[in-house]
Design a protein around this ligand. Structure first.
Ligand code: APR
Ligand code: PHB
Length: 392
């Protein structure tokens, strides 16, 4: 079997890249080791940067997002009993869009089905090969049959645990990592969100986040210990802890109910350099992870795709093979800045220790940033999303 671009992974990165390439008439095949239903059952973040929204529209998958998504012009920090709003729209002229990653993925899957492009789900033994030659290929097993997919380029969109990064020779790649000493316990609940906008809370008992999917579906998180288990948290315990970590007037408005989902996620910062190995590109979570504070994970995957799409279009439609060399360098410039913002938000808002000096430093930093126009502006321009470079 032959294609121009072989894509490993049908998460948002792989599906969006496939959609943009298909729109340009560039043939591509996606191979995914899970089922489509399993991919859609993963609950992930739900805040889209303005640039992500633009690219989804450009890819022809923006209609339902524009109908059902919720534009937000700001969010708040709570600390020291205060609630301080960051007016992102006033400071940047743009809104973020609250629309779940699962919904983005569903829209992309529907568009792929409609386009007739090939996707293999539930494949096994995926192995990218010969990507340092001009005849790369991927071997895999589908429905008991061994398949060789010959291609011109391979996009490794297979997430943090995928095979693409692991296939690269150890001496060709350098990784940078920070593992945080706590996790996030998250719940989804069929209750109205406590406020119209997100609240990121710093509290002496630990971080909390009030988020949402729509006016009847809330998403809340509390910082927990790294070795905690979701089973240790009854719904009552979760709601009590969340209420404690919010300012009293907000807590008083919290509507509680049975939770639909409850799980713990670890927090990690991770970057692999470079992101190109011959004719293999790493894209999205395959190349980098951010802690969820700041909602950058999906948005960063989308900006990698925006860059790779422009490069592959130049290479495959106009013969500009020299562009391949730019992918890694262009993406990493933006990735490290998003890593910085996610790490900074994490450092600012979580409880790292009982050290009272560190706690006072966090409060002083929050007070300073939220009361200065310069401080609010730097937060807003990172939250809305730094510019995505155009390849010319
Ligand atoms: N072969 C084929 N597919 C694979 C393999 C493999 N060996 N290993 C993993 N996959 C699939 C996974 O099952 C998953 O569907 O690759 C896909 C990767 O998807 P994501 O993990 O969602 O990563 P990505 O598409 O880069 O999405 C960006 O950023 O912070 C996150 O939550 C955010 O998931 C989002 C991600
Ligand atoms: C979410 O809604 O799940 C969410 C929102 C903002 C974040 C992280 C997660 O920073």
């Amino acid at each position: 079997m032959k294609t121009q671009v072989a894509i490993i992974g049908a998460g948002p990165s792989g599906l969006l890249l496939g959609q943009l390439l298909t729109q340009q008439g560039i043939d591509n095949v996606i191979i995914e080791n899970r089922s489509a239903d399993y991919v859609l059952s993963r609950i992930r973040a739900g805040v889209l940067e303005a640039g992500t929204v633009d690219l989804l529209r450009q890819a022809g998958v923006g209609a339902r997002m524009d109908r059902e998504g919720h534009p937000h012009g700001g969010f708040a920090f709570s600390f020291d009993g205060r609630l301080e709003r960051i007016d992102v729209h006033a400071l940047t002229g743009k809104n973020v869009m609250v629309y779940g990653q699962t919904e983005v993925t569903r829209d992309l899957m529907d568009a792929r089905t409609a386009s007739g492009a090939t996707t293999f789900y539930e494949v096994q033994d995926v192995q990218p090969r010969d990507f340092y030659t001009d005849k790369p290929r991927i071997t895999f097993v589908h429905a008991g049959r061994e398949i060789t997919l010959e291609c011109e380029y391979i996009a490794g969109c297979d997430g943090y645990h995928g095979v693409a990064r692991k296939s690269v020779p150890a001496d060709a790649i350098k990784t940078f990592e920070r593992v945080y000493p706590f996790g996030w316990l998250g719940v989804l609940s069929q209750t109205p969100p406590v406020t119209d906008e997100l609240i990121y809370a710093n509290h002496e008992r630990g971080f909390a986040l009030c988020s949402m999917r729509n006016p009847t579906l809330s998403r809340y998180y509390v910082q927990c210990t790294i070795d905690d288990k979701a089973e240790n948290w009854s719904d009552q315990r979760f709601w009590d802890e969340l209420r404690t970590r919010l300012p009293a007037d907000v807590a008083a408005d919290l509507v509680t109910g049975p939770t639909i989902e409850k799980s713990i996620a670890p927090l990690r910062s991770f970057v692999a350099e470079p992101m190109t190995f011959g004719r293999l590109f790493l894209v999205g979570d395959a190349a980098h992870i951010v802690p969820p504070t700041g909602a950058k994970g999906l948005n960063l995957a989308v900006s990698d795709v925006a860059v790779l799409y422009q490069i592959l279009r130049g290479v495959l439609l106009d013969g500009r093979t020299e562009l391949v060399a730019r992918y890694s360098e262009v993406c990493l410039r933006r990735i490290w800045k998003a890593e910085r913002f996610s790490w900074w938000m994490t450092s600012l808002l979580h409880k790292f220790s009982d050290d009272p000096f560190s706690q006072r430093m966090q409060l002083a930093e929050l007070d300073y940033y939220t009361s200065s126009v310069a401080g609010r502006t730097t937060i807003a321009e990172n939250y809305i999303g730094l510019p995505i470079e155009t390849i010319d």
